[in-house]
Ligand binder design. Structure first.
Ligand code: UPG
Length: 430
């Protein structure tokens, strides 16, 4: 192959070094790798994440490379988010540049997480086009970009209390995120891990307001059905249990490291009082929480979430509304009981409850949600005879159909992905 053309097809992808960002960009990379563009992909992570995505998670045409762990490990554990962000924004560029210079193939295009604020400028300096990758909702980008845009357009009604949650907290962290979002405008295009049918207004607004092309090509999750994914070694137990439960009867609860002990205890006793069947992913303290939450459900430390969501006995999802979880649930066609905890999860909740109408909100305030409130809401949410629930389930099936159409041949995300691949090939050979 002509070396220029060869170089033009080499795309380097670099996520923010955190699990959900890496997952979303790896799934995006798999889509890119299967796009028939003949692209060569190099996926770059900090060393500590190599184990997570090593073979067989990455396909053969995606080469994994690492840069040193420039970020002290206590930041990775979330002990100091502002410090973590500061390190990502100031310490990754140097090692990344060294890696780019050492790669066997010249780099034709870079796809960098929007949080890596240095990437668009790096691309300009090195004359390499850069796509900024936003692994969250388009609405969140809009809110971060200019938070009054969506509100003044009447497309997303955000309560002042939600605005305060989104914008409160550490000023340094907030400024760093806003700074990274503004700098994304210096990239050659913006890729959003959402799809047109679920965020039509927000995506159109970004297209109209931003000075660069915007492509929605989500959801960036592994497309699958419950049948087509192999079981992991620890999956058998909870899948056997799920297989033995009635259709749509189980509430999947994924509260991982995110809640404090007092809230976890309220969830346990609330689930028990609700009488609902549940599969609870609780990472730590599994034995104690199993004891507290009773015999109607199972508590396990980890599950293959997408596969579980697609299981026919799962009827609903009690979720903190991280964007990946939200998209996975939309893909699975299930309803959501939202329990937002931090970051943009309040915006995702608005989309789920008010815009898409596929869920109910359980947590309305920053206080601990008590067991009685949890039990009452879980009962109402899981009641298959309730008209409100029937309506939500109908909408969830419609949204699932829209999602499947978006990723099928000629669908919105499929088409945008291929337009982007065309841009990569043109951008690199010009
Ligand atoms: O037992 C488990 C628990 C989680 N997951 C997976 O882990 C991912 C979790 O991602 P997400 O739902 O986005 O949650 P967080 O990891 O909390 O995501 C962070 O990053 C997201 C994307 O930027 C933001 O939307 C969130 O607010 C932020 O908390 C999903 O793919 C899940 O399928 C599993 O497979 N099994």
């Amino acid at each position: 192959m002509d070396s220029q053309l060869f170089a033009s097809r080499h795309v380097v992808i670099i996520p923010h070094p955190s699990r959900s960002h890496i997952n979303a960009m790896l799934n995006f990379s798999k889509l890119l790798a299967s796009s028939n563009g003949g692209l060569h992909l190099t996926f770059v992570v900090t060393e500590e994440w190599l184990g997570l995505i090593g073979s067989p998670a990455a396909p053969r045409n995606i080469r994994l490379r690492s840069i040193p762990n420039v970020i002290p490990s206590e930041f990775v554990r979330g002990a100091d988010m502002p410090g973590f962000f500061a390190a990502v924004q100031s310490k990754m560029e140097g090692p990344f540049e060294e890696l780019v210079d050492q790669l066997e193939l010249p780099v034709g295009f870079i796809v960098a997480d929007t949080f890596l604020s240095w990437a668009p400028e790096f691309g300009n300096r090195r004359n390499i086009p850069v796509a900024s990758f936003w692994p969250m909702a388009a609405s969140t980008f809009s809110v971060r970009w200019n938070f009054d845009l969506l509100i003044s357009n009447g497309h997303l009604s955000i309560d002042i209390s939600d605005i305060l949650v989104i914008f409160h907290g550490n000023l340094d962290l907030r400024n760093r995120i806003h700074g990274a979002v503004s700098l994304a405008a210096k990239a050659n295009c913006l890729l959003v891990a959402s799809f047109h049918e679920v965020e039509t207004h927000a995506i159109e607004l970004l297209k109209a307001k931003l000075p660069l092309p915007v492509y929605s090509l989500g959801p960036c999750i592994p497309y699958m059905t419950a049948e087509n994914r192999a079981m992991g070694p620890h999956d058998a137990d909870y899948f056997n249990w799920l297989d033995s439960q009635p259709k749509s009867s189980v509430l999947l609860c994924v509260f991982w490291q995110l809640c404090n002990r007092a809230q976890m205890d309220e969830i346990a006793t609330g689930l028990r009082a609700s009488g609902a069947r549940f599969l609870w992913i609780a990472r730590n303290d599994v034995t104690r929480l199993q004891h507290l939450s009773g015999e109607m459900g199972l508590v396990v430390p980890w599950c293959d979430q997408l596969k579980v969501l697609c299981h026919s006995s799962v009827g609903g999802f009690l979720t903190h509304c991280g964007w990946n979880s939200t998209m996975e649930c939309v893909f699975a066609g299930k309803i959501m009981l939202s329990f937002p905890l931090s970051a943009e999860q309040f915006i995702n909740t608005k989309l789920i409850v008010e815009d898409w109408k596929v869920g109910m909100k359980l947590k309305n305030h920053e206080k601990i949600v008590e067991r009685e409130e949890i039990a009452r809401n879980v009962q109402r949410f899981m009641d298959l005879e309730n008209d409100e629930g029937k309506q939500l389930r109908k909408r969830a099936r419609e949204l699932q159909e829209a999602c499947k159409r978006a990723i099928e041949k000629a669908g919105s995300s499929y088409t945008n992905l291929h337009t982007f691949v065309g841009d990569v090939l043109r951008g690199c050979s010009s």
